[in-house]
Design a protein around this ligand. Sequence first.
Ligand code: PLP
Length: 436
Amino acid sequence: MKEIVPSPPPLVHNQYESVRQLFSKNVIPSYGRFDLVLSHGAGSYVFDVAGKRYLDLGGGIAVCCLGHAHPAITDALVEQSRKLIHVSNLYFTEPQGRLAAELVRRIGAGKCFFANSGAEANEGLFKLARKFGHDEGRFEILTATNSFHGRTMAGIAATGQDKVKKGFEPMTPGFRHVPFNDLAAARNAISPATVAILIEGVQGEGGVTPATAEYLLGLRALCDEKKLLLLMDEVQCGYFRSGKFLSFHRILEGTPPDSGLRTLGSDFLPDGVSMAKSLGGGFPIGAFWVRAPYADLLGPGTHATTFGGTPLACAVALKILEVIGRERLDENARKLGDWMKSELERLAASYPQVVRRARGFGFMLGLELVEREKIAAFAASDKTAAVQFVNRLHQAGVLTIPAGTQIVRLLPPLNLKPQEAGEGISKIEEVVRSLV
Ligand SMILES: Cc1ncc(COP(=O)(O)O)c(C=O)c1O
């Protein structure tokens, strides 16, 4: 493989210890990293510096939607970088306009803004809400307990988990948390200052918990009644992972017309949607979409970012959409993901001493373990059951992502093959069986 950065002297080249030392001396230790040093990937597999191969069912936390080193992404990067990488948002560029049109076509009448990450996309939604309520003195956004919305100052204030806030108080004002999937709690929490409600379609970091159809439809009706914006964070759960473009498309499909709720599933639209992660397949890009009536609220001079929507990022994102559409990877995520879920359910039924239940749908799945103290092999360590299970899977050659203390997430590439899904399940079963 061609070296992009000049190699260090051969003795230390690519050695696990030397990379670890570079990190311990030079990289701020804000992440709890696993003991793996990864060097390259191909398709659904990544390799560590010792050459060991791992099936990547974590997808870089729901990012690598076409797996690793996909030739279409490489070609888009190379071709576009030969033409134009960046010019700033002082000018118009075709890739940004085309990508916005593709997103609008898939979500609904409205407009998009491009950023660089999920947290930044959410920041845009917070500013949209503030602008919406500004002249009436309304500013407060309700978010859900156990939610996750990013690590910026407003992101941690919006996130419904104390662990991300600890040590960074005082929090940015204007956020309050309400229990997820509890419509009455949302209604009761609305104050004269409330301007918006923000939720994830499927809580990801919080442990793979989908919103119910009734909750989404009820929130829409509540927001209409109280003149609030309904905002959805689709950063992790969106982008075809559910089998549909956005998670609410899947949650609401087949909502019965006689469900007694005013807004039917097929007509449902939030007022704002944030996206990132799989949008760039690993190349950083975030975006938010705003529904038509509010799409011009953020007028000239109100919001900006130097790197947002570069021709390079947008060309990659456009190519990804083309590949997903051509290869029907949405259907793959749905069919194969739902098969994997049924296999995880089988594990829960066969090994209740270790697995409590399977969670999620499509390619956003969670394996919920029983409490650490109930798994003899885990009881001695103070690491969570989820982290210990993920470590055992590393030994077995599979990457997954822990969530909370007991949930192991599977967020594989959308182009995962059936045989790879089968390999993943049998390795997970091996690990489960070793814990019985
Ligand atoms: C639902 C959700 N929102 C926002 C974010 C933040 O995205 P980023 O890490 O790109 O800032 C994440 C990241 O995991 C997420 O899962």
